[in-house]
Design a binder for this molecule. Structure first.
Ligand code: ZN
Ligand code: ZN
Length: 209
């Protein structure tokens, strides 16, 4: 299928200009801005993990890996909830997300400093308080890996030519159905598992790919 680039053109001609900025938080971005999170998150998480393992009270590696896995899987549920509830119903977020639905080929993302700040406030500090520093690095690393995987998969579904029946190809089909049905279903980008759990999976075939 083809993503609807016409929406962007229509919007430009209707408004004369485009303003993707909401209080400076999220906007149409350059490619470097869009992917800056990939340069910022991994070194920070790696550094924190190294500090944890070099501390006087290092985490047990097996438990660290287990918590990392739980964080990674936990991300898929957060991704589903964020997309279904926040991006489609919350003020501001839904307006920004609607622009992505109208202009799916524009790079509309979250500035890296905002997502790092949000990650520290909503994930790193609470999990540090709950599990201690060592396992907080595991939970944070798992969630961050899941988040970056989501950003990458979402980008690939919109921009890449994908090999038929590959994981990314199936993700593209799933996400294309979401775009075509607006907020009807298929909110999961990296996996359709939560759409099946909560009954929002959109079945059927998209013939033109
Ligand atoms: Zn999309
Ligand atoms: Zn959506």
């Amino acid at each position: 299928m083809r993503w609807d680039a016409q929406g962007a053109a229509n919007e430009r001609s209707a408004c004369g200009h485009q303003d993707y900025s909401f209080w400076g938080f999220t906007m149409k971005m350059s490619k470097l801005g869009y992917f800056f999170e990939f340069l910022l998150f991994p070194p920070l998480v790696l550094l924190a993990t190294l500090l944890a393992f070099r501390s006087s009270n290092p985490p047990q590696p097996a438990i660290w890996v287990l918590v990392y896995g739980i964080g990674l899987f936990g991300w898929t549920f957060i991704e589903y909830l964020l997309h279904r509830v926040l991006f489609h119903h919350a003020p501001v977020f839904s307006q920004i997300h609607e622009r992505h639905h109208r202009s799916p080929l524009d790079l509309i993302g979250t500035p890296a400093w905002v997502s790092v700040l949000l990650g520290v406030i909503t994930v790193a500090i609470p999990s540090w308080a709950a599990f201690g520093f060592g396992l907080a690095t595991a939970a944070t690393a798992g969630l961050v890996t899941g988040y970056l995987w989501y950003v990458f998969v979402h980008y690939a579904t919109h921009y890449w030519r994908l090999r038929k029946n590959s994981y990314l190809y199936r993700a593209r089909l799933r996400h294309a159905r979401h775009h075509h049905s607006s907020n009807g279903g298929n909110f999961g980008v990296t996996t359709g598992v939560w759409d099946h759990v909560f009954g929002t999976a959109l079945e059927g075939r998209t013939s033109k790919v």
